[in-house]
Ligand binder design. Sequence first.
Ligand code: SF4
Length: 122
Amino acid sequence: MIHLKKLKLEMILKSLGLRNRGVKIISCPSCARQAFQVIDTVKILEEKLSHIKAPVTLSIIGCVVNGPGEAAMTDIGITGGGKGNNMLYLSGVQSEKVLTEDIIKKVVLEVEKKASELEKKS
Ligand code: SF4
């Protein structure tokens, strides 16, 4: 319970720009156009990435309406695409297609890689 409260406080501080530490996730509100379950995916990623201290930005967007634009402004981005054609972006550049069932695993891997790069630089 305390862990959950701490996590929520961290999220609030990050969204207000008061805490520049850890993964900052930008997501769309989701709608009928989403190619995967955006809200559930974000919830799982928040938990799985809560150990990251480096300031990595991540966009999780349900479709191409806003996906490429948000991906251009984040370190790592996922944009939903039909029939499992979700696209992974690294530093705003298209990288590879990711099947819906692989999104969590792939994003965690890429965020950990990016965090490690940032930690080496600091
Ligand atoms: S980005 Fe796509 S899925 Fe997300 S809210 Fe906008 S239209 Fe809906």
